[in-house]
Structures are given as structure tokens and as C-alpha cells.
Write a protein that binds this ligand. Structure first.
Ligand code: 5CA
Ligand code: ZN
Length: 409
């Protein structure tokens, strides 16, 4: 698949420091030391509905990871998937009397537009589950042949016991895993499984559902976790720097993905850090396609909201926090954007060096975007109060806000 156009990232004077970020597996902050090319995989959307603010907040967090890395003068290799065939997509298409592939295509197109408008950097590889199937089949065959997977009535399951590191991403106990597995696409109660937690790798063709040639597996379609593993291993290999997603992906998705990859390769870890964004809520409940309590990025844009204000609204919360979207959050962002734009519209102002150092430091320390915004607020307030004489400072600030926060002033 193709991704979306990249907005330019201005180069800044000097260089940022290495990112320290919260890793779910170790439960604390880790300093990442990527090579000259930092590698990141971020779980993409299941395209059965439009991009909502929760999605945008999560992708915003991983965009910041990349901007911090780019500012250390590294390159970034970014891969994202699209779960363009899965139960929820098929169910929604059926409910709405639509063709599942058309639904996936149109919602993916809208997602690209939203990402472009928000100036979120595109992945170098944007890969659909369907197009990944030829790479998934041999991985499932290999897992089966090595005894890490087994067949049950034509479906193929991964045996969680085959990975000695299983459980290390989420750190959850079996009871908690079982509950989450039932909630999030697993089938812990299906009879005949070796372990109730074992996730499906390959689902044999079902009546009325799309299916693909699975060679020795028979016709069917891939399970969810192996999709991301196949795409990540194909493009990034083992031991890449960050796997990202919202906190609802910690278990089972990222736990199972890590185990699939570790069982396949005998190597550990799948990712050096597992980074998770908090959940955005609306009216007291997690924004989710299944609940329908959604604020769509595209709807806000249609209503004339500046995408830069949407981005500032996202940035005004720490990525790890769970937070609530309200009209006030957006209103505050609109006002902040206006203040910042007024402040950079003059030819001179207070010196920018300290501000750039503050933004860099805030972001490099677990992506503290609210602290970065506060630093820009202080600069803008000084500019408004007594101006400054540093020629070109507003231009430098404008470039820094664009390069590090993705906000075009
Ligand atoms: N296709 C899979 C990942 S492989 C999937 O989870 N798709 S999704 O469309 O449901 O979610 C896309 C991303 O948005 C995931 O990282 C998910 O964790 C995140 N996300 C979903 N809802 C919210 C929310 N309310 N707040 C923050 N992030 C969210
Ligand atoms: Zn994923």
C-alpha cells in the first residue's frame, strides 16, 4: 500500500539528546540507543470507521518519538500496518451492507487524509494484512513444523508455552490475561485448546467470509497478531527499537506478537521497548469504534477546525495519561495556537536558544509534550509582554515548533 505525503521536518541548530521512554515490559524508563537508523513499528488502524481523536493521539505520540530521533540526526525506519481483514471489519461491512474491501479502502483513504492534515510523518512501509498473507503463511507453517503451533478443527493456534518469555511484555497473571483475551478478540473458552490463552494464527475459511490460499494450512485468513509480526520481521527484523500502540494493545496483541516472533527466531526481544499510549475517552468512556462514542478528526476538519489546533489539543496531554476529550480542550488549543502565531509573526523577539533546549529536554524525557508546550507558552508570553531584540528568533521558534512538535505556525 502507499502511505501519505511527508511534511517537511526543518533542521534545527545543534542536536537533541537520546530518548528516554517508558517501556511496558520493564515497567520503567529506558534510554534507547538506536543505531544510525532507528527502527519503529506502530500498529495501524482496523479501517472500519473513521480516524477518531483516540487514534490520532496514539499516532501523535509515535510521531514525537520519530521527531526526537530525527533531531539526534538519525534516520528513522518506520513501518505501520493496516488490519484490512479482521472480524470487526467484516461485521461492520455486513451490518452496513457494504463490501468489506471497499469499506477498508475508503476508511484507509480517509485515515491518510487525516494523517496528512495533522502532519504526522508517514511510514516508509505501509502494509495491509491482505498483502502480507504470502509472507504470513510460511511463518505459520514454520511455527507448526517446529511444534510451536497446533491444529484444531482446521484452525491453527499458537502455543504460548513455546516461548519462555511469554508474559514478559504485559507482566500480567494468567487470570488477568484470560479476562483480557476474552475481551479483545481471543477465544479462551474454546474447547480443545492446549492453553486457553493460545491465540489463533490461521483461521480456516468460514462460509460467506473472504479466504486466501494458505498452502499446507488450507484456505483461510491470518490471525491478528501474526499479521504484525510478519510485517515487522519482513521490514525491520528482530530487536527493532520500539513497538508502539495504545495501551489496549499491551495484552494480548503485543504480548502474543513478541512470543510469535521469539518462538520463530529463537531470539529475544522482538522489540527493545514496548511503548503504549493512554486511552482517550469521551463522556466518561474510552473512545471506541465498538461503543460509537467518537469524535472524528475528519468531522472536526470539515467543521473548519485548524488541524494544527487538533494537534495542539493532543499535545496538551502526556501520551501515557488517559484523558477525556472535551470542547474546552479544543478551545484551549485554538487559543494557544492563536497566541503562538501572533508571537512568531514579528521579525524579532526573545532569544530562542533556551526555548529549543527546553523543548528538546521535555520531549527526550518520556515525550513530555505538555512541558514542551509550557516552554513555548513562556516564550510567547515574553514576546507579547516586552518583545525582544533577537533578530530572526520568531523564525527559529517557528521551525522548532514544526520540527519537534509537528505544528505549523
Ligand atoms: N489494527 C489494530 C492494531 S494492529 C488496532 O488496534 N486498530 S484500531 O483501529 O483499533 O486502533 C488503532 C490504534 O489506535 C491502536 O494503537 C489503538 O491502541 C489506538 N486506539 C484505539 N482507541 C483509542 C483511544 N480511545 N485512545 C487512544 N488510542 C486508541
Ligand atoms: Zn498490530
Amino acid at each position: 500500500m502507499y502511505a501519505w505525503p511527508a511534511s517537511e521536518v526543518p533542521a534545527l541548530p545543534g542536536k537533541g539528546r537520546d530518548l528516554r521512554i517508558h517501556d511496558t515490559a520493564s515497567g520503567g524508563l529506558v534510554t534507547l540507543d538506536p543505531g544510525p537508523v532507528a527502527r519503529i513499528y506502530v500498529c495501524g488502524i482496523t479501517p472500519y470507521d473513521a480516524t477518531h481523536i483516540g487514534h490520532a493521539a496514539t499516532y501523535n505520540a509515535f510521531d514525537l518519538v520519530q521527531r526526537v530521533w530525527l533531531d539526534t540526526k538519525r534516520q528513522v525506519h518506520y513501518v505501520q500496518n493496516v488490519t484490512d481483514v479482521d472480524d470487526p471489519l467484516l461485521e461492520r461491512a455486513k451490518r452496513d451492507g457494504k463490501d468489506w474491501a471497499d469499506l477498508a479502502e475508503s476508511e484507509t483513504a480517509l485515515f491518510r487524509e487525516d494523517m496528512t492534515a495533522l502532519r504526522l510523518l508517514p511510514p516508509q512501509q505501509y502494509v495491509g494484512a491482505v498483502e502480507a498473507i504470502p509472507g504470513i503463511v510460511p511463518l505459520v507453517e514454520r511455527l507448526r513444523d517446529m511444534g510451536a503451533a497446533y491444529e484444531l478443527e482446521g484452525d491453527v493456534y499458537f502455543s504460548v508455552e513455546s516461548d519462555p518469555h511469554f508474559g514478559e511484555v504485559s507482566g500480567l497473571d494468567a487470570a488477568a490475561m484470560r479476562l483480557l483475551s476474552a475481551e479483545r478478540g481471543g477465544d479462551p473458552d474454546r474447547a480443545g485448546k492446549k492453553n486457553p490463552l493460545d491465540p489463533m494464527l490461521w483461521m480456516a475459511a468460514r462460509e460467506g467470509e473472504p479466504s486466501w490460499d494458505g498452502a499446507s494450512l488450507g484456505r483461510g485468513r491470518p490471525g491478528w497478531h501474526i499479521e504484525c509480526v510478519a510485517i515487522a520481521l519482513d521490514h525491520l527484523g528482530m530487536g527493532f527499537d520500539v513497538q508502539g500502540g495504545g495501551s489496549d494493545l499491551v495484552f494480548p496483541h503485543h504480548e502474543m506478537g513478541a512470543s510469535h516472533a521469539q518462538a520463530l527466531t529463537g531470539e529475544h526481544p522482538f522489540a527493545k521497548a514496548y511503548v503504549h499510549a493512554g486511552m482517550v475517552a469521551l463522556d466518561g468512556a474510552k473512545m471506541s469504534k465498538s461503543k460509537g462514542n467518537l469524535v472524528f478528526v475528519s468531522k472536526l476538519r470539515r467543521d473548519g477546525v485548524d488541524p494544527a489546533a487538533i494537534r495542539l489539543a493532543l499535545l496538551s496531554h502526556h501520551y501515557r495519561a488517559d484523558w477525556e476529550w472535551t470542547d474546552q480542550v479544543l478551545q484551549d488549543a485554538v487559543e494557544r495556537l492563536a497566541r503562538w502565531r501572533a508571537a512568531v509573526s514579528r521579525p524579532d523577539g526573545p532569544a530562542a536558544e533556551t526555548l529549543i533546549a527546553e523543548i528538546r529536554e521535555a520531549l527526550a524525557e518520556d515525550l513530555d509534550a505538555p512541558a514542551a508546550l509550557a516552554a513555548v507558552d513562556r516564550w510567547a508570553a515574553r514576546q507579547t509582554a516586552d518583545g525582544g531584540t533577537d533578530e530572526g528568533a520568531p523564525g527559529v521558534v517557528s521551525r522548532a515548533v514544526d520540527a519537534l512538535l509537528g505544528v505549523a505556525l
